[in-house]
Design a protein around this ligand. Structure first.
Ligand code: AHG
Ligand code: MN
Ligand code: MN
Length: 364
């Protein structure tokens, strides 16, 4: 298609805004600022070793550890700076929260405060940045509580404790062979590809829909001994393939970069699981609710897929802490519903006689 027939991100946002004649344009301006942050991060990532920004972030000569207890990469810190610096000035935000900041980020006094809250994972998959795998940025836009807007006070953790269903917008940028921005403003999901010559995101995937069925699943199988029964059952049945209860062969994927897995699933279906497990009782899941599970869950649901904890819809969960972790299952609707059903069904008593027990890689 010739260039002139393609929408830019700006055109798309203006068209979407026409649905709300009274909208001020703040929201669109905020998304364009976020897109600029993503373009800047895309460049920083693309320079790789040449950019001098690979490896761990050093704080006072030691490796910095973030609030998650994870080593911060230099690019985690740089990406976090791009997000805060390119959005704080605009007057659209009341505050921010990020994977890389323990406390909410306050809009500096020299800037006007606005009506939205921004929550983000500046660089998802960053533990793999040194091996040149696709990484991305994930963001969620919430409305600030009215009391915050009225008073202009500093934000506190509880201001962000809003169920995912209330998100005004969610999206991610993926820094892969091409850079893409995938966005939902609550009216379906649109994908944009960065034209590196123009520095513009062009609408290339106007109405992303996830197929309801799939034969691909993604899970970190090294955790199998910690999985709960419904997850073991689901994976066992997939592995059993054509002769098994599912009657078809499955393919397995694990990139260890959730944003890249989410993108694959949005493009061609599949199911992703980082479920609650028994590995560390202090951590109910690996991924974080506010800036990983909720925005990705919003995109999945907007694209006709589903996101769940296994026990309840992800977007219904009432958050209770800023960096809360949660079990996450998302992707093709029929598979996620099946996994939810397995969580509801009582554990089946299995044959204990080894002569009759089926052999299984992941059996407990
Ligand atoms: P982050 O890089 O933002 O800390 O998130 C990493 C996450 C996610 O992207 C990925 O799916 C998961 O960690 C990988 O976990 P494993 O190390 O268990 O494979
Ligand atoms: Mn992440
Ligand atoms: Mn991250």
């Amino acid at each position: 298609m010739p260039f002139s027939k393609r929408y830019t991100l700006t055109q798309y946002l203006i068209e979407e805004r026409r649905r709300f004649p009274s909208a001020s344009g703040d929201f669109n301006a905020l998304i364009l600022d976020l897109a600029l942050a993503c373009k800047a991060i895309s460049r920083a990532v693309a320079f790789g070793e040449l950019g001098g920004a690979m490896g761990n972030h050093d704080a006072d000569g030691a490796h910095a550890i973030n609030v998650q207890g994870e080593t911060q990469k230099k690019l985690d810190v740089i990406s976090n700076e791009y997000f805060t610096r390119l959005t704080e000035w605009s007057g659209h935000l009341a505050g921010m929260a990020s994977e890389e900041m323990e406390e909410p980020y306050q809009i500096p006094a020299r800037h006007t405060r606005g009506k939205y809250l921004l929550v983000f994972d500046p660089l998802d998959g960053s533990s793999n940045i040194d091996v040149n795998v696709s990484v991305g940025s994930i963001f969620s836009i919430l409305r600030a509580p009215q009391a915050v807007i009225d008073s202009g006070r500093d934000v506190v953790d509880a201001d962000f404790f809003q169920p995912g269903a209330t998100q005004a917008a969610a999206g991610y940028a993926l820094y892969g062979p091409s850079t893409m921005l995938v966005l939902s403003v609550g009216n379906g999901v649109a994908g944009f590809t960065l034209n590196p010559n123009l520095g513009e995101f062009m609408l290339t995937h106007p109405n992303i829909q996830i197929p309801a069925d799939t034969h691909e699943f993604a899970i970190n199988a090294s955790n199998s001994r910690f999985w709960e029964h419904p997850v073991k059952r689901y994976v066992d049945e997939c592995l059993a393939g054509k002769p098994g209860p599912r009657g078809k062969d499955f393919n397995m994927r694990w990139i260890a970069s959730m944003v890249a897995e989410a993108h694959r699933i949005l493009m061609r279906g599949g199911v992703f699981m980082y479920p609650r497990d028994t590995k560390d009782p202090s951590k109910p899941g690996r991924l974080r609710l506010l800036y990983e599970a909720n925005p990705i869950g919003f995109l999945m649901e907007q694209a006709g897929g589903r996101a769940s904890t296994g026990r309840e819809p992800m977007l219904a969960v009432q958050p209770t802490s800023l960096h809360q972790r949660i079990g996450l299952v998302f992707g093709s609707r029929n598979e996620v519903e099946r996994i939810e059903r397995y969580h509801r069904e009582p554990v089946q008593v299995e044959l204990t006689n080894p002569l009759f027990a089926e052999r299984s890689l992941f059996r407990d």
